[in-house]
Design a protein around this ligand. Structure first.
Ligand code: DCP
Ligand code: CA
Ligand code: CA
Length: 371
């Protein structure tokens, strides 16, 4: 049971979830034939040729030295004899997967904070009754659930605060679980290099190494005044507390959702607008329901078309207010009609509807805890 006495800091159970090689893993799921080779998702700069950078690489590609941020031409050189798949980034697709995963994760949290497209921090204190054995089981269930629903693996770290939970997930990658109980925090952190602390990049690491601070343990016992002179007071204080394993900040649902969408896989690849509109009736109904429940209106209506080649195309249409269901479906139908008329060869595999530029009907513009 949740203890209500003792050191407040150590009462919480915090979970950090990070999807493994996220963009590249989504590409593998959609095209399993590339999963046994190096996969490199690239952001081409648009200047032609191989100009641009690597965005995500699967673990096979990483074994050749390829990683996020390096130039594409360098990745190609490293992988020249490896039959690698170099793919352009398809952000909307990853966002769709991300939304789905976040929806699943929310069901496991008392409160959840979305940190980025592929990671979230969950306060699971109440869900686990403050019990770490319970947390371990919850982590296993959550991983299985995400895998079943999306085909994706993730890594989970559990600890008494968000910083240690994030580091735990980082060291357990890929497809891992790492539980750090309150009594284990110090020994877990002690020998890790300072670079493992969130917020310590190459620059700060170098400054710390120069004064003989190599490990998180070194940092925990370093003199605060000395650190302050080196890095400024705010950074020094954060780092010292983080290194001691006691930096604590509540988990808050901050994510402002400015759009809601629903995407379905069509029964068959098709370009029949009546068929598409019919299949979108249920998703449209869902969107209207979510908008009503959250008391929001939308200023734009969008459609999402994913072709049989998995190309993603979106269109958007300004609206004054969310129309009733039949009217909304009529607009959606005509948007698909126009899109398909412009692309005579196009066959759709998936189709979706999106309400965006959401606003509270009461006039507020910030939306929280939504959906
Ligand atoms: N990303 C990017 N450019 C970077 C870093 C990341 O475009 N320099 C994108 C692609 C990643 C996603 O963000 O798939 C998530 O970033 P992560 O740092 O979590 O990296 P991965 O998920 O790819 O790998 P890991 O298994 O190490 O988490
Ligand atoms: Ca990741
Ligand atoms: Ca991440």
């Amino acid at each position: 049971m949740l203890r209500r006495s003792g050191d407040h800091r150590y009462r919480r159970v915090v979970m950090h979830v990070d999807l493994d090689y996220f963009f590249a893993q989504v590409e593998e799921r959609l095209n399993p034939s590339i999963a046994d080779k190096p996969v490199v998702v690239c952001v081409f700069s648009g200047r032609g040729g191989d100009s641009g950078a690597v965005s995500s690489a699967n673990y096979i590609a990483r074994s050749y030295g390829v990683k996020a941020g390096i130039p594409i031409y360098r990745a190609k050189k490293l992988l020249q004899n490896a039959d690698a798949a170099f793919l352009p980034m398809r952000r909307e697709l990853y966002e769709e997967y991300s939304n789905k995963v976040m929806e699943i994760l929310r069901g496991y949290a008392d409160v959840m904070e979305v940190e980025s497209i592929d990671e979230a921090t969950l306060d699971i204190t109440e869900k686990t009754g403050g019990d770490y054995a319970e947390a371990e089981q919850l982590a296993a269930r959550l991983k299985k659930h995400v895998k079943n629903e999306t085909g994706l693996t993730c890594t989970v770290g559990v600890a008494p605060n968000r910083v240690v939970a994030k580091i735990a997930a980082d060291v357990a990658k890929p497809d891992g679980v790492k539980i750090v109980k309150p009594s284990e925090v110090e020994s877990f952190l002690k020998d890790l290099p300072v670079k493992k602390l969130p917020g310590v990049g190459d620059k700060i690491a170098k400054l710390l190494n120069d004064i003989g601070v190599e490990t998180i343990g070194d940092l925990a016992s370093a003199d605060l005044l000395r650190l302050s002179k080196l890095l400024g007071k705010a950074v020094a204080e954060y780092l010292k507390l983080a290194a001691m394993g006691v930096y604590d900040e509540p988990i808050e649902e901050k994510q402002e959702r400015k759009q809601i969408s629903r995407i379905i896989t069509l029964q068959n690849n098709t370009r029949d607008v009546d068929d598409i509109a019919r299949q979108l009736e249920k998703p449209v109904q869902d969107l209207l329901e979510i908008a009503r429940r959250n008391d929001v209106d939308a200023e734009a209506l969008g459609i999402i078309a994913i072709t049989k080649e998995l190309k993603i195309i979106t269109r958007s249409h300004t609206i004054r207010t969310i129309p009733p269901k039949d009217e909304l479906l009529r607009i959606v139908r005509s948007m698909f009609k126009n899109l398909l008329a412009e692309n005579p060869e196009m066959m759709l595999r998936r189709a979706g509807v999106r309400l965006h530029n959401l606003k509270k009907r009461s006039g507020q513009t910030t939306l929280t805890s939504f959906g």
